[in-house]
Design a protein around this ligand. Structure first.
Ligand code: MG
Ligand code: ZN
Length: 216
C-alpha cells in the first residue's frame, strides 16, 4: 500500500510537470533543474554563470530552500529576477511548487530559467518540475564515491559539473574515478570540472549551456 501511495504522488507530479513543460515550450524558455548536496556550491555556480551569460540572454532563477531567503537575495544582486520557495520540512521541489512561482516572471521574455533545487542527493531526482534538463553539481570536498552511492541523480542528469577542482590537492578526490563512475551510470553525461573560486573550466560549461539554449 505504501508503494502505491508513493507511485500516485509521482504520477500526479509528472502530470503537473508536463503542464509546466508545455508552458515553458510555448514561451520559448529553456529550463534547468540544478541539483546537489548542501554546500556543493549551487548558488555560487549560478552567480558566476549568470555574470558570464546575462549580457546575451534573459535569465531568471527559482531558489528552493528549506528556510531563509539568503540565496534569492544573492541571485538578485547579479541583476536577474529570483523567487525564493521555502519548502518548510520538504527535502525537494516538485512541479506544483515551481508552478506557484511562475506568475512572478514574464516567461515570454525569458531565455533561461534555472531552478535551484533543495540541497539533497536523493529525492530531487525523482520529482520532475517540467525542466528541459537536470544538471548535477558535485564538489570535490564531498568525495568521489558519490556517483556510485547516489546513482539516480547521475542517471537523470544531462550534465555533471564537478566544482572545487582547486581543492583537489587537499583531498583524496580522484577526478578520473568520479568521471568514470558517473559515465558508467550514464554514458551520455557531459562532465565539466571547474572551480567557482578560480574560474577554471567555466568556458566549457558555459559553452555547453549556450549550445543547449540556442537549440531549444
Ligand atoms: Mg543555494
Ligand atoms: Zn524530498
Amino acid at each position: 500500500m505504501k508503494v502505491k501511495v508513493a507511485a500516485d504522488i509521482l504520477s500526479t507530479n509528472d502530470a503537473i510537470a508536463s503542464e509546466n513543460r508545455k508552458l515553458f515550450r510555448e514561451n520559448g524558455v529553456f529550463v534547468i533543474n540544478l541539483m546537489s548536496s548542501p554546500g556543493a556550491g549551487k548558488t555560487t555556480l549560478l552567480e558566476k554563470t549568470i555574470a558570464l551569460l546575462k549580457d546575451n540572454m534573459k535569465i531568471a532563477v527559482i531558489e528552493g530552500d528549506v528556510a531563509t531567503t539568503a540565496d534569492a537575495l544573492r541571485i538578485e544582486k547579479t541583476g536577474v529576477p529570483a523567487v525564493q520557495i521555502n519548502t518548510g520540512n520538504l527535502c525537494h521541489l516538485d512541479g506544483s511548487m515551481v508552478r506557484s512561482a511562475l506568475s512572478e516572471f514574464d516567461l515570454k521574455s525569458l531565455d533561461l530559467l534555472i531552478v535551484e533545487n533543495v540541497g539533497n542527493l536523493v529525492c530531487p531526482a525523482e520529482f520532475n518540475v517540467g525542466e528541459d534538463c537536470k544538471v548535477m553539481l558535485l564538489s570535490t570536498a564531498e568525495g568521489d564515491d558519490k556517483p556510485l552511492k547516489y546513482p539516480l541523480m547521475f542517471h537523470e542528469s544531462s550534465a555533471l559539473v564537478i566544482n572545487k577542482t582547486d581543492l583537489i590537492p587537499y583531498t583524496n578526490f580522484s577526478l578520473e574515478k568520479a568521471r568514470r563512475d558517473a559515465l558508467s551510470i550514464n554514458p551520455k553525461l557531459a562532465v565539466f570540472p571547474l572551480s567557482c573560486r578560480t574560474g577554471e573550466g567555466f568556458e566549457e560549461w558555459c559553452g555547453w549551456l549556450r549550445g543547449r539554449i540556442e537549440t531549444r
